[in-house]
Design a protein around this ligand. Sequence first.
Ligand code: PEP
Ligand code: MG
Length: 591
Amino acid sequence: MTFSIHGLPVARGIAIGRAVLMASSRVDVAHYFIDPTQIESEITRVRVGRNAVVDEIHRLQLTIAGMGPKEAPHELAALLDVHLMLLQDEELITGVKHWISERLYNAEWALTTQLEVLARQFDDMEDEYLRERKADLEQVAERILRYMKGVGSPVAPPASRRSSGARQQDLLLADDSIDVPLVLIAHDLSPADMLQFKQSVFAGFCTDVGGKTSHTAIVARSMDIPAVVGARSASHLVRQDDWVIIDGDAGVMIVDPSPIILAEYGFKQRQAELERGRLSRLRHTPAVTLDGQKVELLANIEMPDDAPGALLAGAVGVGLFRSEFLFMGRKGDLPGEEEQYQAYRKAVEGMQGLPVTIRTIDVGADKQLDDTVRDAAHLNPALGLRAIRWSLADPAMFLTQLRAILRAAAHGQVSLLIPMLAHASEIRQTLSLVDFARAELDNRGLLYGPVKLGAMIEIPAAALTLKIFLKYFDFLSVGTNDLIQYTLAIDRADESVAHLYDPCHPAVLRLVADTIAECNAQGKGVSVCGEMAGDITLTRLLLGMGLRSFSMHPAQILAVKQEVLRADASRLVPWARQVLESEDPAAMLGA
Ligand code: PEP
Ligand code: MG
């Protein structure tokens, strides 16, 4: 039966495929397709892993048989029996074989997929004792996975198998079960999880939680695959392998679509492909308004490897390199100066002489370094030790990053951008650490280059004290994602208040407009690098406010360029003033 689930649209486009349900804890398991010739060896890998765990349990049983009830309570023996029973369960084995031979999933992926299927069955059990056996099943699977990891994978992951929209539709109609697109459904994915999916096999995804500008959504947008977040109970309502449609424009997932709905979405998908093709012709067209105003369209990137994609999309530089992604998912083993230097240098060289703005680490709030380290200790992590506050609390770590960035600046045009500043004292402390980092490099005789210094305006206090910021910095960059969050007191990652997260709130627009105007008046550079910069419904308004530098995901650049090419910037000025005075600016934008 067809039904739809509503969430928040975060990354545009339509994806049609089969659902792959995944617990967030399983995301670090490798997901790739094997070659049909590898089916037997992959099945053998799981079998060998399972047998090794069975042997381990037999050995444990023998050990505890010789112990007294104090050292080895009766429950322990019973638990081992349950684990053995689960390991020998036919449904586990046949399911894993099915995913490997019918779908060509690699061994680990097949095992975790079957685990999800069985976990659902446990969830549905009436008997509480049986329901609780789900945890045992997870432990058993975990042990097999650990064993397989120790042994290593003999199969190299082949290139990903993402299909184009038109091809997806052909495949769908043919219902060729091993070659259909896959859509990932999860309760939650952290920004670090999302990084794992950058080169993944998934054609779209949907999560239960998350807001429109949560970092998970931001990474999804950078991957340019259709996505919906904040779909609440999606991961409970969808079953493994269901057919689903992700409508990333409307923020809807349609489950088990009827043939008529499928045909309609297939049509929409083809239209979107045509539109993309049309836009791609603008790649080499300079972004100039009808009245001759030059506009700079820059890219937001998360990793040095994103640089070629930014160039391909026609970016004239990087306006925001979110350096914190280099630090995530490393289980406490943070990158040292040399590793960071090489990464920044790679991004700088990857941009082939174009300017690159590197933002110093911004962790905290919804961006934790590790999934295991959830910030439970602090009630309001978004108001806590985040971004520059985190850096200033650990000067050795911060100096390491500053030295690495300064050294990378010897290889191209680099700007250094500081997130979340609010106080003059923080500014002074930061700048003296930059000087100190330079002095350290001098002492060590290491080469470094000049950098322009910029501050992010993302706390209302900063937007209201621009003169202080402009006294110290060469340029400002407006981080509208946080500016909206902190102006309206709306957690950007919380779907339950997402309807109140409003880029067009008059207070937000006022702060953005004043920042642009003050920088322009003082001849200082100003850019917007939050999600507002890539929203085509806001391009004309930002141009009317005087903005000439926009930084966004590469996938949004061409659509924004089209808006720029159609705009008459001088005529937009009086209109933008009216919008700013309005009680309901969104109504004037048609947004
Ligand atoms: C912002 O806050 O707008 C911004 C660009 O930074 P981030 O989204 O990484 O917090
Ligand atoms: Mg921010």
